[in-house]
Design a protein around this ligand. Structure first.
Ligand SMILES: N[C@H](CCC[C@H](N)C(=O)O)C(=O)O
Length: 370
């Protein structure tokens, strides 16, 4: 029996009875599922969806189903039936993830191959990756691991760690401001839940040494790769390479177009050619950037192992670092992504990069483990 407290469905007009049959909720808990009005819900989301969300017991019963939000989410999140994987779907500016409570084991509950199947948007749940909340190590609160939608395992995920922080707060039933120490492939990452609902993350220091990004591009005397030439598909691009634990190749233009109009870029055509370029032995995420002002940038991204996504948190951090190194912007920027804006600061005091943005739950679900 799978229970779901907040479910968003692709927009259709399911009858109330069909919702009841979909969720076959037990009557053992008491508040009421209420169909939110389309206009209220759709105003908050990019694509039209119908949301079914639990509300107080006093509201009139709508689909004739009785559930308590707290009991639902806690009972759902506590479930451990064998053969079923319970998950919560989150997104950070449309960069979406399947989150799995893995606190009872130091190994992910599913394989990279299974994760890739779950990420399939036609035959699976659909996501840019699967993120696991594992026990902490060396005194950290938790460990985060992530499998990209192609099954590869990156070191870090910026939008994902904001979703991770929200997920932990739900699992631990925490309200208000909280911060967590998280061990990741990029080292220690510290997200903080803010009172305004946003999540501020200390993403650590950027890595600029070419061999550590890693990239085979010829470095400057200080070992960094800033405004280097790279030929991709017969075009000479100018790139700056930055690691936020995972590799990023940032470009503001090429020999033909010195100042990119990022909306005109054919990501599906050029993205894979950067991702698999021989100059990036671990492949790379690639960010195409337009400068509006000293504190306002716009970017699109082709992600390693996930393709074109609506947002990339580590990418936005790499973009601000590259913009500062190239003298194109200051250390405090709003970075516009297709899914929405992120606030990024590369601190002069501690050399850490700070990212602030949203993370939202979309639905709870259960899936048979094949
Ligand atoms: N695809 C990335 C990992 C996810 C990064 C991105 N989604 C973010 O928000 O930082 C990589 O293989 O390095």
């Amino acid at each position: 029996m799978a229970i779901a407290a907040t479910i968003s469905l692709p927009f259709s007009s399911p009858s109330r009875r069909s919702l009841a049959s979909i969720f076959s909720l037990r009557s053992s808990v008491s508040s009421t599922l209420q169909l939110d009005s389309f206009s209220k819900y759709s105003a908050r989301r990019r694509s039209p969806r119908l949301s079914v969300s639990a509300s107080s017991a006093s509201s009139a019963s709508s689909a004739g189903l009785e559930v308590t939000e707290k009991a639902l989410s806690s009972s759902f999140l506590d479930r451990r039936e064998s053969g079923l994987l319970h998950f919560v779907k989150y997104h950070g500016l449309g960069n979406d993830f399947i989150l799995v409570d893995n606190r009872d084991s130091s190994e992910p509950r599913i394989t990279p191959e299974q994760a890739a199947k779950l990420c399939d948007r036609n035959f699976g749940i659909g996501a840019d990756g699967v993120i696991f909340a594992l026990p902490g190590v060396n005194g950290t609160d938790y460990t985060m691991r992530i499998f990209n939608s192609d099954g590869s395992e990156p070191e870090m995920c910026g939008n994902g760690v904001r979703c991770f922080a929200r997920f932990i707060a739900e699992l631990e039933n925490l309200q208000g401001r909280h911060s967590f120490t998280i061990h990741t492939g990029a080292g220690l990452i510290v997200p903080q839940l803010q009172d305004n609902g946003l999540v501020k993350v200390d993403m650590g220091e950027p890595i600029l040494k070419a061999s550590d990004v890693p990239t085979r591009l010829t470095p400057n005397t200080d070992q960094s790769v800033v405004k280097a030439d790279i030929e991709v598909d017969g075009v000479a691009w100018s790139v700056t390479c930055v690691s936020m634990g995972n590799p990023h190749c940032v470009t503001f233009g090429n020999k033909i177009e010195q100042n990119l109009q990022v909306d005109d870029i054919n990501l599906a055509a050029i993205g894979p050619k950067f991702e698999h370029h021989e100059m990036f032995p671990a492949r790379t995420n690639t960010e195409f950037v337009q400068v509006f002002s000293n504190s306002h940038l716009k970017m699109r991204v082709w992600e390693r192992g996930a393709g074109a996504t609506l947002a990339c948190g580590t990418g936005a951090c790499a973009v601000v670092v590259a913009a500062v190194l190239e003298g194109r912007a200051g250390r405090n920027c709003t970075v516009d992504l297709p899914g929405g804006p992120l606030q990024i600061e590369w601190s002069e005091q501690d050399n850490h990069v700070y990212m602030t943005g949203p993370a939202e739950v979309v639905f709870y679900g259960s899936v048979p483990l094949q």
